[in-house]
Design a protein around this ligand. Structure first.
Ligand code: FES
Length: 85
């Protein structure tokens, strides 16, 4: 799937491997994403899903913890800059 990350004021498009979390995909792409616990507790890794679906989506809430969220659609836009870390 194609994932566009918005981070540090830049847009970076990467090809994501299915089954991996958004954080894994961002780390593999070396875009320097924020994270800490890797267990879904600290919320350091949060990002806003502007387009597409993930395993963590809840109605009316677009913020996901990227260390837990696995992409469920073929295209996503994931904005780290809009999350309040
Ligand atoms: S890294 Fe702590 S919640 Fe994702």
């Amino acid at each position: 799937m194609k994932i566009k990350f918005v981070i540090h004021g830049k847009e970076i498009e990467v090809e994501g491997e299915s089954g991996r979390t958004l954080l894994d995909i961002a780390l593999i792409a070396k875009i320097n994403p924020p994270y800490s616990c890797l267990e879904g507790n600290c919320r350091t890794c949060e990002a806003v899903i502007e387009q597409g679906e993930t395993s963590e989506d809840h109605p009316g809430l677009q913020v996901v913890r990227t260390c837990q969220a696995v992409p469920k659609s073929e295209t996503l836009v994931v904005n780290y800059d809009k999350a309040t870390h």
